[in-house]
Design a protein around this ligand. Structure first.
Ligand SMILES: Cc1ncc(COP(=O)(O)O)c(C=O)c1O
Length: 488
């Protein structure tokens, strides 16, 4: 197939077929991809084709080779990463944007939703009313954007412009060891260096100690070192702990240091009345991140950063003037969607070309509203607490870290086992291989825990129970004990 125009044919017949096969995938009845690795390897691993196979053949291969051998992550029993399967409406909006809004710029309805949905997110999570957002590809880049703003602000206080002239004095970022490693990468990318991230002590619940932060800041202030940002977590990746935001924010303010909150995973937790008080201090943040592609169920590729005033993002990230862009626009005669780029998102972060992520977030919120998202968050948090309750009540289980949000770290225990970390590692591997309940593990104070994280819209309390039952059964099997009834 060499006809170029064949690539631009009607979508609907193909979408119908694709939809049927995606629905089949979403039954999660295919065996794991590794079971058939030889077969799909040989089907896919061909040399660069000289002539095209045509769209029908490509679609056939998507349906018969890719989808039956795809990811476990959207499966409601898969609770290992804080990534999940996209919900249906997000897929539809994503597809609509891919076809009809290849850029987020221009005075279109898609562009309008970019800003509206950022405002909705800010309202949904009760951010300070001045907060303005920018979408990125996910939490990694969202942290770079937030810390890029922090770097700009910190050095501007010293009459320096790090975006223009580079970083001319050592900077420091204050974070706990539970902070996501993307904070370190952000420090590297921003020219501060990974070693600029100073570890602040945690309390027994994995939360930053305000006194330790106070001591470190007091030591650095007035030296050659530039305090760039205090990084607090609204939901750590391993355990879901929420740092004492109010105390930390006040300390950061007292020392005139930027206060960044990484809420990539946990910001939606504010919707759960049981944990909402832990978010006191959110209003003190200078920057906040949240990932719609985590708890909100967006297709992967959507994170967001909020700052109080996007002009700092402009100073930190603008690509500067470019004749080919500005020259194509109208200054005063706005009559056409191509007369203006609209809000210059391309100058607020790292991407110029970017998909219309706002339409996806708009669709997710429009479909189920604040109440629907709140119901999901509360359901998932209750599932983590249910696991903790069952673990406390069972002689062969132990809660390793009390859940705050939708993560519960627990483990199988047995008095006659000398190496419980090894035992739980084995249990975890068997769980993965049995392909029904797939949590991750996390090491908490040297203890290897089984770590389910419930964020998938498709998962329900039955999956929490099934996981606990399987952990008990597997632990007994490994130790050669009688397996007994489920959960006994
Ligand atoms: C707290 C936190 N921050 C940042 C990230 C990085 O997000 P992403 O994988 O979307 O880049 C994660 C990922 O799990 C996270 O949990």
């Amino acid at each position: 197939m060499t006809d170029d125009r064949a690539q631009c044919g009607s979508l609907s017949p193909y979408l119908e077929k694709l939809g049927e096969h995606l629905d089949r995938y979403l039954c999660f009845e295919y065996p794991d991809a590794m079971q058939n690795a030889a077969s799909w390897h040989s089907a896919l691993d061909i040399p660069l084709p000289s002539a095209g196979a045509g769209i029908d053949q490509v679609l056939e291969e998507i349906c018969s080779v890719l989808l039956p051998n795809a990811s476990r992550i959207p499966d409601p029993g898969c609770t290992s990463f804080i990534t999940t399967g996209a919900t249906t409406v997000g897929v539809l909006a994503n597809l609509a944007g891919a076809v009809a809004s290849p850029q987020r710029i221009g005075l279109t309805a898609f562009n309008f939703l970019e800003e509206l949905s950022l405002q909705w997110l800010s309202d949904l999570f009760s951010l300070h009313r001045d907060m303005q957002g920018i979408y990125t590809s996910g939490g990694s880049v969202a942290n770079i954007v937030g810390l890029g703003a922090a770097r700009q602000w910190a050095f501007e206080q010293l009459a320096m412009d790090p975006a223009e002239d580079g970083v001319q004095r050592p900077g420091r970022i204050y974070a706990t060891r539970s902070s996501h490693r993307t904070i370190h990468r952000a420090a590297a990318v921003l020219g501060l260096g990974r070693s600029a991230v100073t570890t602040v002590a945690e309390d027994g619940s994995g939360r930053m100690c305000p006194e330790a932060l106070e001591r470190l800041l007091a030591t650095d202030i007035g030296t050659h070192i530039v305090p760039v940002a205090v990084v607090a977590n609204a939901g750590t990746t391993s355990t879901g702990a929420i740092d004492p935001l109010h105390d930390l924010g006040q300390i950061a303010r007292a020392h005139r240091t930027w206060f960044h909150i990484d809420g990539a995973y946990g910001l939606p937790g504010i919707l759960d009345p049981l944990v909402q008080p832990l978010y006191r201090g959110l209003e003190l943040a200078d920057s906040v991140t949240v990932d719609p592609h985590k708890w909100l169920g967006a297709p992967v590729g959507i994170g967001a950063t909020f700052v109080r005033d996007r002009s700092i993002l402009h100073r930190a990230f603008t690509q500067g003037e470019s004749d080919y862009l500005e020259g194509s626009l109208s200054q005063d005669d706005i009559q056409h969607s191509m007369d203006s780029l609209g809000i210059p998102y391309g100058n607020f972060a790292l991407e110029l070309s970017a998909p219309a992520r706002g339409a996806v977030v708009w669709a997710l919120i429009r479909e189920i509203g604040r109440e629907g998202i709140k119901e999901r968050v509360c359901r998932h948090n209750a599932m983590a607490r249910r696991i903790a309750d069952r673990a406390r009540a069972h002689p062969e289980l132990e809660v390793v870290r009390e859940p705050t949000l939708s993560i519960c770290c627990f483990r199988y225990v047995s008095g006659d086992c000398r190496d419980l970390n090894e035992l739980n590692r084995k249990i975890h591997r068997r769980l993965v291989h049995s392909n029904e309940n797939i949590p991750s593990t996390a090491t908490v104070d040297g203890i290897l825990a089984i770590r389910p994280c419930f964020v998938g819209a498709r998962t329900t309390a039955d999956y929490a129970d099934a996981l606990v039952d399987e952990v008990i059964k597997t632990g007994r099997e490994i130790l050669g004990k009688p397996v007994g009834g489920a959960g006994q």
